[in-house]
Design a protein around this ligand. Structure first.
Ligand code: OAD
Length: 248
């Protein structure tokens, strides 16, 4: 394992040679857009609220108004935020490769807003309203507790809650991308929540070069490279390093 604040030349070289790239992102990528991360002291959302009291089906069924209140607060906060230089750099990176998959644990849509195309929203979409009985396209409304206009059941936010399975299509697409990629970047995640956290190990086992980008790296054994720094600074540097290399 190598560690540095600059982009290791060997990583730039691996990216230049790569045809397939996979990137896993977490809450840290949106930190510079003003969206709080989950596990950092002081600023993390979970510091103020116990996740099990908000982000489970049991909690939702026990008090849907309370859980909806929290999610509406998060929607308002996220709606005010804009993609940062890290999001933009990932969209630029995508344009350079034949196959590029961005697997994000974030539910904030900021990768879409930043211009990324092939995105797997692994933990869902904060702004989607879904029917707990599975009806398609239920209409949203502003009631304290919204109900499905097809079947009358509760609507819930379209995010994956604790104890719930990752939607099959998201799991399939991301596992396939991790297995097939030549380079995998793991950016702004504490790598504590599975199965997302297992994707980089899967890529490494399948022969990919792997790199972590995080101001407080986990330094896990699955990483070939560790770059300590904020994604809004490091990712544009990474893209610039490819431009320099290809100009040579
Ligand atoms: P965490 O809050 O666990 O971790 C955020 C990571 O971002 C930490 O490792 C920070 O060091 C890093 N970080 C902070 N600022 C950064 C910056 N400017 N640039 C890069 N990295 C930075 O968030 P996740 O790993 O995304 O699940 O959490 C995973 C899942 O746990 C979330 O998707 C959520 C939560 O339970 C669901 O909602 C289902």
């Amino acid at each position: 394992m190598q560690g540095s604040t600059a982009i290791p030349e060997a990583l730039t070289g691996a990216l230049r040679a790569a045809r397939r790239v996979c990137v896993l992102t977490g809450a840290g990528v949106s930190a510079e857009s003003g969206v709080p991360t989950f596990r950092e002291a002081q600023t993390g959302l979970w510091e103020k609220y116990r996740p099990e009291s908000l982000a489970t089906m049991e909690a939702f069924l026990a008090d849907p108004a309370f859980v909806w209140k929290w999610y509406r607060w998060r929607r308002e906060l996220v709606a005010k935020s804009r993609p940062n230089a890290g999001h933009i750099a990932l969209a630029e990176l995508e344009r350079r490769f034949d196959e590029f998959t961005l697997v994000t644990q974030n539910v904030d849509r900021l990768h879409r807003a930043g211009g990324s195309q092939n995105i797997v929203e692994f933990h869902g979409d904060l702004f989607a309203d879904i029917c707990i009985a599975g009806c398609a396209d239920p209409a949203a409304n502003d009631d304290e507790i919204p109900y499905c206009n097809h079947c009358g059941n509760l609507l819930r936010p379209g995010v994956v809650w604790f104890g719930e399975a990752i939607p099959q299509q998201a799991l399939y697409r991301s596992s396939e991308a991790a297995e097939r990629c030549d380079v995998m970047l793991c950016v702004g995640t504490s790598s504590q929540v599975y199965p997302a956290a297992g994707l980089t190990g899967l890529a490494r086992q399948s022969g990919a070069v792997t790199a972590e980008i995080n101001p407080e790296p986990t330094g896990g054994p699955e990483f070939n490279f560790v770059i300590a720094g904020q994604s809004g600074l490091i990712l544009p540097e990474l893209v610039a390093s490819l431009e320099q290399s290809s100009d040579e």
